[in-house]
Write a protein that binds this ligand. Sequence first.
Ligand SMILES: [Fe+2]
Length: 279
Amino acid sequence: MNQQLNEVQIKRYLEEPAEQFRVFDIPYLEKTKKCLDNFKIEKEIYYTNYGDNNLEDLKEFLTKIGPNTEEDINLMNKTIKDITEIVMKSVDKKYTHYWLAIRVTLPTKEYDIKRWHCDGNYFWRKGENSPRRQDLFKFVTILQGPGTFFLKTTPKQRELYNYIQKEEIKNSKARDSDIKYRESRDLKYREALDLRIEGIRVQAEKYQAAIFISAIDERNICGIHSEPPKNVPRMFLSIVPCTKEETEMHNSQKKVGGDKFYLKYLKYKQKYIKLKSMI
Ligand SMILES: [Fe+2]
């Protein structure tokens, strides 16, 4: 049985040295579950907020997703704010701000083949020896649609993963030495990795959230994860707590919808379609 998402459980997880990721149940009220399930998604749109501004522009963003009632928009707004509050209460007090992202997507074949990976150190944080788990994690949940996949590995399976990854990168380079972002865009690489790796595949389901360690270093082991096949509309929320200074590095990107990141994504998507038709 999974633990419930609350301050105590998040803190406990962040102190637990061995676990790469953990899935939590979110104790939603029935009316909230109904709202999440029925929220209409008609547009592909992204929201990014680097701040502590209590998500004051969130409601405006939510109105753009589809023809939803005022009541559902208000409840969705409150739900996201409540989740953010739980996460922020659970972390080191120096993290007064957050990088919060919502990705609303329409069905795509882009993730029919998994993209197993670790994220990395989002804010290039350094510790005395290395950053702590509390400084290297991401919170994710699905408000609608399929949840993220995680790979639970034993130390041996982790070694195997690292070995296969190196080998398949070599194979990928031999096929095409120029390809950029090869770990995302080389579908043959993704397919080979997905076929060869070992471990237990865990998918976070609806009304669940997950926290995973994002980077790998001497003290921490990242949570290997992949987007799920996205064959239905999806609304994904991620939160990385950060300091005020860290938000300032990124604040220029803050916009509702159509932000720089989204434009980059669209460019990538066009290229992806071309790439796919070549395979
Ligand atoms: Fe990722």
